[in-house]
Write a protein that binds this ligand. Structure first.
Ligand code: COA
Length: 343
């Protein structure tokens, strides 16, 4: 069985920086820089311009990841696209990225298959489990795994929506997962879900159990209430479960692989709240200098968060060949996961 190594990384965030101050000043949200910073660690996030979708952000990240892996898009055996904010309800974002990568062009177009993963903040780790299993099966040599989100166009950027709207930002991260005979790569992944809390953090937009699935007015025009349009969250409950599940998920990884945090060089925690991550680290005795974070600059970019961190840490030289890293995520569903990789 081949090993599944991460052979390339890339990321892209849109250039428009929106600071906490601007949320108050430009959007008129009744909030302050201090409130957001103290409770979450976020100082700024990026917002796309109108007309930009997650597959556009993903394209830049994917091109970088392919270049750093030293392969062409047509060498891919599979695209796995993790997002909660695909361009449309269906099809998912994967096929849009596939087309933008030129994989339908010309007489010998490879028509690389594209799979969509919908596991919100855990999407990258669910995707990594999928991609590495495909590679280890021997059926696929290279998988492009991307996480990309455009949150800003679906945030309630008003005081009514401030609890959710101040947390999220746009961005994309990508990795190439490749078959290798080298003794390194993905050593294990552990995933979990608790559907009892599916409503606690959700964006419903419609309810397909109802007929019609979106209420209509007398002219047959859909009518959406704000609580359907925008994500709803019980922040305190999410916080509690995130801490519990991230600690549990890391312990599972440790016990399955006979590791302690001394064996791990760097930790890539999902970036939902700096306080959650510092609390998890303190409970486990992980020194803070082993935590990689970017929530200060980007906010919560959901499925894009971990691959952006991997790409940034790799580009800056902080993440080096030979390191053992642990990744942990928790999010809507609830879903969670961890993975250990020898880089
Ligand atoms: C969202 C979160 C920062 C809110 O912090 P909190 O301490 O729980 O705050 P609360 O929601 O209890 O709100 C406290 C008060 O601050 C207000 N508030 C909420 N957001 C605010 C904002 N951005 N600016 C100013 N005030 C805000 C609330 O309206 C509330 O006011 P009230 O007491 O007058 O009703 C925190 O719960 C959290 O981070 N939870 C986890 C979220 C998460 O990780 N989500 C993604 C999972 S992948």
């Amino acid at each position: 069985m081949p090993n599944a190594i991460i052979s390339g990384t890339g990321f892209f965030v849109p250039p428009n920086v929106v600071t906490n101050h601007e949320l108050a000043e430009r959007y008129g949200i009744d909030t302050t820089h201090e409130w957001i910073l103290q409770r979450t660690g976020i100082e700024a996030r990026r917002f796309v311009d109108e007309g930009v979708g997650p597959s556009d952000l993903a394209l830049h990240a994917a091109e970088q990841a392919l270049a750093s892996a030293g392969i062409r898009a047509r060498d891919l055996g599979m695209i796995v696209f993790a997002t909660l904010s695909s361009e449309h309800c269906f099809p998912g974002a994967g096929v849009h990225l596939q087309k933008k990568l030129g994989l339908c062009d010309g007489p010998d177009a490879p028509f690389v298959p594209a799979l969509d993963v919908r596991n919100q903040c855990s999407g990258f780790l669910y995707g990594l489990a999928t991609a590495s299993s495909m590679v280890q099966s021997g059926n696929v040599e290279h998988v492009l795994l991307v996480g990309a989100e455009v949150h800003s166009h679906a945030l309630d950027l008003s005081t009514r929506g401030r609890t959710v709207a101040t947390l999220f930002g746009d961005g994309a991260g990508a990795v190439v997962v490749s078959a290798s005979s080298e003794d390194r790569g993905v050593r294990g992944w552990w995933l979990g879900a608790d559907g009892r809390h599916a409503d606690v953090l959700s964006q419903k937009l419609w309810d397909i159990r109802k007929a019609p699935f979106i209420p209509q007015n007398a002219e047959g025009v859909g009518q959406l209430q704000p609580e359907m349009m925008f994500a709803q969250m019980d922040g305190k409950l999410v916080f509690r479960h995130a801490v519990e599940r991230m600690i549990g998920s890391l312990f599972t990884a440790y016990s399955k692989k006979g590791l302690t945090h001394d064996d791990i060089d760097l930790f890539f925690f999902h970036q939902a709240n700096l306080r959650i991550n510092q609390y998890v680290a303190d409970q486990l005795g992980i020194p803070h200098d082993k935590l990689v974070s970017n929530i200060q600059r980007y906010g919560n970019t959901t499925a894009a968060t971990i691959p952006i961190m991997l790409a940034e840490a790799s580009a800056s030289g902080r993440l080096k060949r030979g390191m053992k890293i642990a990744m942990v995520a928790f999010g809507s569903g609830f879903t969670w996961g961890s993975a250990v990789v020898d880089w």
